[in-house]
Design a protein around this ligand. Structure first.
Ligand SMILES: NC(=O)c1ccc[n+]([C@@H]2O[C@H](COP(=O)([O-])OP(=O)(O)OC[C@H]3O[C@@H](n4cnc5c(N)ncnc54)[C@H](O)[C@@H]3O)[C@@H](O)[C@H]2O)c1
Length: 438
């Protein structure tokens, strides 16, 4: 266990929740303002981060034109890896350290925004790479102080990374994803512009939207914050604190917006209303889960994406296999909510009802609530043409021991599951997740 986590908890239960607000501007066209935002903060030289695909697309062009019109000097780093790894993050860190920038602009999906956060951190406070990585894989050292300004401009309606202090990457040596989580990593400003998601391929729109859904479902069903142990000092209060009355508001609104808009946004990218509502839902879910946390769907997704064999989704042009993040999360979701339903049937029923289920015929909530929510998720997966379970992306029952072993160290998220899952529970859930429907 990392030295930082040994000291932090007392035996008493938590009594408080801390909400770190995010600074967002939402509106069609706000990307054009980024140059003015930097100039008004006295920032003269920035590193713009993106990926090789987005480099050619309108959002990046709009950012560069805006910087040029305000005479902001910039270097463009377009080598962010889709699904970042420690190796790809270290490349971005090296560029950030060498450039001594005043600030950073991230234009892209979660992969880009998360890489930018880590580059900013290690350039601001150089340390051993594992120092800030979440315990128990890393040392879980808190971010020492304020980092340089980062403006995050999402191009997917998914991760909510523009609102969170979280940076996720695959640690190649461990074949599993984890990351860094601290409120000081929250972007200085998120520019949430529905124009930027218009060009998403359907598979990315679907998967990133299902990530939004899971952020909201998991943060609303997470262990209540006052069941966690109380930290010794306020600075040790984790970013992921469990469900709480403030995060709940964001989560419920995000489930509503996603249920009403995701299918339309995927099928008709020109539908401005659906596209706007989805990017709004992504930020809202981010503000909820950024303080409450996510649990088993995400915890189990990290080895699913880290151990991918050969799956290459249609519509994504990459020279390596990936399971898009939202897909790796939703494939576990029906099995997870069947398992957690017993822990808080009422919350599971509330979510199922928002997703369109008729709950009037439920006779035994403790037995039926999780199943009902799972049915709603499976229904949406089918409509969005998501693969039918982990077996459809290349996993077999022989992979399950490794998937379980890859989930166990994900304490940061699995510990706030409303029902604690041991190795045999995880094994059952992964087995259940091999196929989502018959
Ligand atoms: N920091 C957080 O709070 C947080 C939360 C959830 C997930 N994540 C992480 O974020 C990553 C996933 O991010 P993501 O789902 O946003 O996708 P992504 O950034 O990995 O991008 C996926 C693909 O979509 C393409 N793309 C993105 N926007 C596009 C657009 N507008 N037009 C055309 N193509 C576009 C990219 O070029 C890439 O090929 C994962 O690593 C995941 O673990 C982070």
């Amino acid at each position: 266990m990392g030295s930082w986590t040994k000291l932090v908890f007392t035996m008493q239960k938590e009594y408080a929740v801390q909400i770190s607000s995010s600074n967002l501007r939402f509106g069609a066209g706000v990307t054009r303002e980024v140059g003015m935002d930097l100039a008004d903060r006295g920032i003269k030289r920035v590193l713009v981060l993106t990926d090789a695909n987005l480099k050619r697309l309108q959002p990046v062009q709009t950012v560069l034109e805006s910087l040029e019109s305000e005479n902001i000097e910039y270097d463009l780093f377009a080598e962010v890896r889709v699904e970042p790894t420690d190796i790809s993050v270290k490349q971005a860190v090296a560029v950030a350290v060498a450039g001594k920038y005043d600030g950073y602009v991230a234009v892209g999906g979660g992969s880009v925004m998360d890489t930018a956060k880590a580059a900013n951190l290690y350039a601001s406070y150089p340390d051993d790479f594992y120092a800030y990585i979440n315990a128990p894989i890393g040392q879980g050292k808190p971010v020492p102080g304020p980092v340089k300004p980062l403006i995050a401009i999402p191009t997917t309606a998914g991760t909510g990374s523009e609102t969170t202090g979280v940076s996720i990457m695959d640690l190649t040596e461990h074949h599993a994803k984890t990351g860094i989580a601290h409120h000081l990593l929250k972007p200085t400003l998120g520019l949430v512009d529905p124009e930027n998601t218009r060009t998403m391929p359907a598979i990315i729109a679907a998967c990133s939207g299902l990530d939004v859904l899971c952020h909201a479902l998991e943060s609303y069903t997470a262990m209540p914050f006052n069941q966690r142990p109380r930290p010794e000092r306020p600075m040790y209060r984790p970013a992921y604190q469990g469900s709480n009355p403030i995060s709940d508001i964001w989560a419920l609104k995000a489930v509503t917006l996603t249920s009403q808009n995701l299918l339309t946004a995927v099928q008709d990218p020109e539908n401005t209303n659906a596209r706007s509502n989805m990017i709004l839902a992504a930020s809202m879910a981010g503000m909820g889960f950024g303080n409450a946390g996510v649990h088993l769907c995400h915890g189990m997704s990290y080895p699913v994406s880290g151990m991918v064999h050969s799956y290459r989704p249609e519509g994504i042009n990459l020279d390596y296999p990936i399971i898009p993040h939202g897909m790796s999360v939703i494939l576990n979701a029906p099995a997870v909510f069947r398992f957690t339903g017993k822990a808080d049937p009422q919350r599971h029923l509330t979510l199922a009802e928002i997703m369109g289920a008729d709950i009037s015929s439920i006779r035994s909530p403790i037995d039926e609530a999780g199943e009902l929510l799972a049915d709603c998720i499976v229904d949406l997966m089918k409509k969005l043409e998501i693969p039918n379970g982990l077996s459809a992306v290349g996993y077999t029952s022989e992979d399950i021991p490794n998937l379980v072993a890859g989930t166990i160290p994900q304490h940061r998220v699995t510990k706030i599951s409303p029902r604690q899952a041991g190795a045999s529970d995880l094994e059952k859930m992964f087995t259940d997740a091999l196929k989502a429907w018959d």
